[in-house]
Design a binder for this molecule. Structure first.
Ligand code: ATP
Length: 327
């Protein structure tokens, strides 16, 4: 079914992720190619409420493919969580005859998009942009590959100093609710342990792994710690280890916002370009209230309601492999 859409708005929302610019570029140029007008909304829903929109030409998106962050800026908007806020935002779209909105972000941004669609009859489509890789309906989210590359680059450097001084490093990475970054980078760096929000490991489990490492004469070790893990704050974990193993020199490194920055990887540029292109194709073919994702190398449209309510379980096998290979 083909649908008449003339004016399309685009925004980035929630946490920024490398590749968001590449997605904006793809959406903008695909829409312009098909004769549509494109309006960039600055600062996510905040800018939509404040009427901070700019009509984009192809020149506005030149030289952004390789840049991290998002040139449209991102924000978290409290007001958009209210009916009144969304009504203001919708009015600003309607006065420009904008009939469709592309939202690049994570599950919170999609929840807001769905409400806007239901309450104000605006066609919305989501593009998964978050370093956390925590959205149902796509194998990978835009930004995840770059973030994990950034993490392993840092951990490889940490490993050099860990082995020179026989130290144990706890490396905290992002992941409040999900541990994809910690799990994949733990496997990729040969970490002795991976501590995740999804697993209820105990200090006894952790201490057992450390004793095994000592028995195997491993003198330097890395443990990947996701922010939202069940053992607690990474510094408290380090204190508990020091108390149990006074002879181990324990250090903590928090990678923090370095994980969000940097030029997007090839995988993220390709994913963002393909998903941005298919977001516009989808809208033109009548898709709405869906997220465009990629599963097994195929483009899919998943209802936003499912993308935000379902979860993809972390591959337990990956954790088993990491454990066996690190011993
Ligand atoms: P990330 O995964 O990187 O954190 P996100 O899209 O989940 O990205 P959020 O901060 O959760 O980031 O959401 C971004 C914005 O979406 C919020 O600031 C708010 O404006 C809007 N939003 C989130 N949840 C809702 C909701 N329940 N109702 C309306 N709007 C919402």
């Amino acid at each position: 079914m083909s649908v008449e859409i003339n004016n399309i708005a685009i925004l980035t929302s929630g946490g920024d992720a490398p590749g968001m610019n590449a997605a904006i570029r793809a959406v903008t140029r695909t829409a312009l190619y098909h004769g549509k007008k494109v309006f960039g909304v600055y600062r996510g829903y905040e800018g939509m409420i404040e009427d901070d929109l700019l009509e984009l030409s192809t020149a506005h998106v030149k030289n952004i493919l390789a840049q991290g962050g998002t040139f449209l800026k991102s924000a978290r908007s409290k007001e958009f969580r209210t009916h009144d806020g969304r009504a203001k935002a919708a009015a600003n779209l309607k006065k420009r005859n904008i009939d469709a909105l592309v939202v690049i972000g994570g599950d919170g941004s999609f929840t807001g998009a769905l409400k806007l669609a239901d309450e104000h009859n605006i066609r919305v489509i989501g593009v998964p942009g978050t370093i956390d890789n925590d959205l149902f309906g796509t194998d990978y989210t835009i930004g995840y590959d770059t973030a994990t590359n950034t993490v392993i680059e840092s951990v490889d450097k940490i490993r050099d100093t860990a082995s020179s001084h026989n130290r144990l490093f706890l490396v905290e990475v992002m992941g409040r609710d999900t541990g994809y970054i910690a799990a994949s980078t733990g496997l990729a760096t040969g970490a002795l342990g991976i501590i995740l929000p999804e697993q209820k490991i105990t200090f006894d489990d952790l201490f057992r792994d450390l004793r095994n490492a000592q028995a195997n004469k491993k003198t330097s070790n890395i443990i990947m710690v996701a922010e939202g893990n069940h053992l607690g704050d990474v510094f408290d974990i380090s204190l508990a280890i020091k108390k149990e193993f006074p002879s181990i020199d324990v250090k903590v490194t928090t990678l923090g916002h370095t994980q969000r920055g940097g030029s997007p990887s090839t995988n993220d540029r390709v994913l963002a370009s393909v998903l941005g292109y298919y977001a516009i194709k989808g809208l033109m073919n009548g898709e709405e209230k869906v997220m465009v994702g990629m599963i097994n190398q195929k483009v899919v449209y998943i209802p936003l309601s499912e993308a935000i309510s379902k979860t993809t379980n972390l591959d337990e096998e990956m954790l088993t492999i990491a454990k066996i290979l690190a011993t």
